[in-house]
Design a protein around this ligand. Structure first.
Ligand code: UDP
Length: 330
């Protein structure tokens, strides 16, 4: 029996596959390689190149493999792009998940752990954010993830599917082996963008907005190491395998850093001055997102190991220095 990881060639997916294989699990990866990389897939995982919107390809996979649980990362995940191209998000994220669930139901596969996001909350009413706080997304990415959660809920009622939604805060860092890390093209995420400056690939960082109601006017986020996120997926799958009910968990460190503070930490870690300039706000960005992950700790037994931003940025820096062009040759 194997675990199917959809989107297992992407950033968080590839790290989860490494943790699953390290834990002795059999893993099948499916990815359309639109944003993922074949080189990011663990050599011991069986690989299918397919798009989750392709019902025939999914059906064939479920017929060929003995799958006892699905971890679903296959989605578009950029806030800015979701505001300029919302229909891409409805297609990849919602339509893709709909086809996936149709195929799972048809094949009697009834356990799924999937990537949700702190962007489901929108502008929070209070921080740290708890799972039953109001969800009112300020961007289309968060809206499609919230709609995916609701879709799971209705399918669960009708067909007995069990799901766990993991609402990540800001994923960052890289695997300790140095073999895999963050690689998006184009890159939009803050920490890899900052590190492009000491790599000589960018002159400076643009800070998107310094007029937010925060201590230095820049957005506050809760940065969580990708290996800690990966571990939470395994715990969530085991929770479902042990009869756990549908559930939603926040995954963060519970500590917020402003954009300016993250740049300062990167200056310390890299020893580079990393010039920064102020730029207009990015559409859809809430001012502050900080998790309470108390429920994941209590119910899943999750223990995030990287709770220090310098260590997290240092792990990202080690990856980017050794792979300045990600998985592609320079
Ligand atoms: N950000 C920024 N400059 C950049 C990229 C990101 O100021 O070049 C800010 C962004 O506006 C947000 C924070 O950094 O407040 C984290 O953005 P990221 O895209 O990494 O993650 P998100 O919060 O969208 O999940």
């Amino acid at each position: 029996m194997a675990i199917l990881v959809l989107g297992g060639a992407g950033y968080i997916g590839s790290h989860t596959v490494y943790e699953l294989i390290d834990a002795g699990r059999e893993v099948v990866v499916a990815d359309n390689l639109q944003t993922g990389f074949r080189a990011a897939v663990h050599p011991k995982a069986k690989f299918y190149q397919l798009d989750i919107r392709d019902r025939k390809a999914l059906d064939a996979l479920f017929e060929a493999e003995q799958i006892d649980g699905v971890i679903h990362f296959a989605a578009s995940s950029q806030v800015g792009e979701s505001m300029s191209d919302p229909l891409k998000y409805y297609d990849n994220n919602l339509h893709g998940t709909m086809v996936l669930l149709q195929s799972m139901v048809a094949h009697g596969i009834d356990k799924i752990v999937f990537s949700s996001t702190a962007a489901t909350y929108g502008e929070p009413e209070r921080v740290p954010i708890l799972e039953d706080d109001t969800t009112c997304p300020t961007n289309c990415y968060g809206q499609t993830k919230l709609d995916m959660e609701h879709m799971m809920g209705w399918v669960s009622r009708a067909h007995g599917l069990k799901y766990v939604a993991l609402r990540y805060f800001n994923a960052c860092g890289a695997h300790a082996s140095g073999k895999i890390g963050e690689a998006h093209n184009p890159e939009t995420h803050l920490i890899p963008i900052i590190l492009q400056v000491p790599l000589g690939q960018r002159e400076m960082v643009s800070v998107f907005g310094d007029d937010y109601p925060t201590k230095d006017g820049t957005c506050i986020r809760d940065y969580i190491h990708v290996t800690d996120l990966a571990q939470a997926h395994i715990l969530a799958l085991d929770y479902l395998m042990n009869g756990g009910e549908n559930n939603v968990f926040n995954l963060g460190n519970g500590v917020g850093f402003t954009v300016k503070e993250v740049i300062d930490v990167a200056r310390e870690v890299t020893g580079h001055p990393i010039p920064a300039k102020m730029a207009p706000r990015r559409a859809g960005d809430p001012a502050q997102l900080i998790a309470s992950s108390e429920k994941a700790v209590r119910v899943l037994g999750w223990k995030p190991e990287y709770n220090d931003l310098s260590t997290i940025v240092a792990s990202a820096w080690a990856w980017h220095k050794s792979h300045p062009h990600g998985y592609t040759e320079g």
